[in-house]
Design a protein. Structure first.
Length: 141
């Protein structure tokens, strides 16, 4: 799982938060994860959880799919699976904090294709020209 996150985020400014969330999930903390396997090989992971103290709010902390397994519907399946799980846990909506960086444009496009919409942004958050974008998806109750 750590290798998948390293492939997805590298050693960029954007890697620290997803890696920390993955560590929390692996230690059995308040963050959860789902994995996708193909032929006995780990090909995807999603890390998510409820937001403490914010009734009905949830967050997707990070997701990664092995490069050779991309474009096979794995990311969409992980998204639908963690949304369903969060709905069972009482979430009303899910937020994703996403760097609006060119190298992550594919991930943002995927989230938008799965009904996440931009809720707000913090201009120049990571560095000049790279905003922090909050994407939101409401869950049907």
């Amino acid at each position: 799982m750590r290798a998948l996150f390293t492939q997805a985020f590298g050693n960029t400014l954007y890697a620290a938060a997803p890696r920390f969330a993955l560590s929390r999930a692996l230690s059995g903390g308040d963050v959860h994860g789902l994995v996708a396997e193909s032929d006995g090989r780990l090909v995807g992971v999603a890390v998510f959880g409820l937001v403490a103290g914010a009734e009905g709010a949830a967050k997707m902390h990070g997701m990664a799919v092995a490069p050779d397994a991309q474009r096979h519907g794995i990311a969409r399946a992980l998204i639908e699976a963690f949304l369903a799980e969060l709905g069972r846990r009482g979430a009303r909506f899910v937020l994703v904090e996403f760097p609006d960086a060119p190298e992550l444009a594919g991930g943002r496009t995927l989230l938008q294709q799965t009904k996440f919409v931009e809720e707000s942004r913090v201009k120049d958050y990571f560095r000049d020209g790279i905003a922090l974008v909050f994407l939101r998806r409401d869950l049907a109750q």
